[in-house]
Design a protein around this ligand. Structure first.
Ligand SMILES: [Zn+2]
Length: 364
């Protein structure tokens, strides 16, 4: 679909049932093409890319630039393949996102230890985790974390409303050398296009929206989607941060741009970006109240709170262990913000055997 002359919305397939596809955007130059996101690196996705570029009179070797909104596998997964097809391609992303990937590059076993300890600390019974390991669902070679390929980073694709699925592993996902690193506000100009990097942390720490200033278009990646509320989780290795607080600030940030049309990476294009940002802000305000109310009068774990609040995808107890981990992360991102607002506090208790458990209680 042509959005404005020379800018085309493509579709590459999403493996698994979470979403049907991801929408890369192709910006055409005289004999080149620049992409905003690309998709998974699966054969089905690279075939779809090749075929759709052919319809535009381009080939994979013509790809000169690949802008990455964020480092989840449905956005960055094809980068290694593109680098093979077009060795001079510039892979372009925010420095903050690149740094985040580096920070998360730990081996599979270390990640498993960290993640399991985190689940237990927030109330998931050890037996439940052991059962998932026995079923092979949490092994370090599972798609979420492939040992040795430094792909531990994106364990949730983030595009589902509440639960999230494990990221598809791809040996070539980060196999493209060091990218061109942008800062918030940097502008890249080429072939009549003028793209401005807009740092929008929340869904990931270095998520980038891109403002095309000539046509007042905003590429929103997963930050703002027309229907789904993107996953905003506090992950096991981000205990000190407040992603939901960042996400809300990032919504206000993109809402302040003069935008004729928003171009998200999933679903469909969006005419009223500001209106959608307002809806998402309101959604999280309500969710904050729901999470606080779920605590009740006592001290409870994030797991208990997650069992009490409503999920679009069904009750928490029916989730598989990946979805539970993701749902816990969502609950914790709300708890962290409530804590910052002094509406809840966390209490650390030491159980028999000396392990710590984190519980939450209301303030006031
Ligand atoms: Zn996505």
């Amino acid at each position: 679909m042509e959005i404005v002359p020379g800018l085309h919305q493509l579709k590459t397939p999403f493996p698994g049932p979470a979403l049907p596809y991801i929408m890369p955007y192709a910006l055409l130059g005289p004999d080149s093409v620049s992409l905003v996101d690309a998709g998974f690196g699966t054969p089905a996705a690279t075939e779809a890319m090749t075929e759709q570029l052919a319809r535009l009179g381009r080939e994979p070797k013509d790809i000169k630039r690949l802008f990455i909104t964020h480092a989840h596998p449905d956005h960055i997964g094809m980068a290694g393949w593109i680098k093979e097809q077009s060795p001079d391609v510039q892979i372009i992303m925010l420095e903050r996102e690149w740094q985040w990937i580096q920070d998360r590059w730990i081996d599979g076993e270390a990640w498993t230890r960290l993640s399991d300890g985190w689940l237990v600390k927030h109330g998931v019974p050890q037996e439940e985790i052991d059962a998932a390991h026995e079923a092979g669902a949490l092994s370090p070679t599972s798609p979420a974390v492939k040992a040795g390929e430094k792909a531990a980073a994106p364990s949730s694709n983030g595009a589902s409303a509440n639960g999230s699925r494990p990221g598809g592993g791809n040996g070539k996902m980060f196999d493209f050398g060091t990218p061109v690193l942008l800062q918030d506000g940097d502008v890249v100009e080429f072939d009549g296009w003028r793209l401005q990097a807009v740092w929008t942390p929340g869904h990931t720490p270095g998520h980038m929206c891109i403002y095309e200033t000539n046509h007042r278009l905003m590429f929103t990646g997963d930050h703002v989607l027309p229907y789904i509320s993107p996953n905003v989780s506090l992950h096991a290795d981000q205990e000190g941060s407040s992603p939901l607080s960042e996400f809300r600030d990032s919504l206000r940030k993109v809402a302040s741009f003069d935008v004729a049309r928003a171009l998200p990476a999933h679903e469909f294009t969006l005419a009223d970006l500001k209106g959608r940002c307002d809806v998402l802000l309101h959604h999280h305000d309500e969710r904050l109240d729901e999470v606080r109310d779920a605590i009740g009068a006592g001290q409870v774990s994030a797991r208990t709170i997650s069992q009490t609040v409503k999920w679009n995808t069904g009750p928490f107890d029916d989730f598989n262990i990946f979805m539970k981990r993701s749902a816990l992360g969502e609950t914790l991102s709300h708890l962290r913000l409530l804590e910052d607002e002094e509406r809840v506090r966390q209490v650390t208790t030491t159980i028999e055997g000396g392990d710590d458990r984190i519980l939450w209680e209301q303030i006031g």
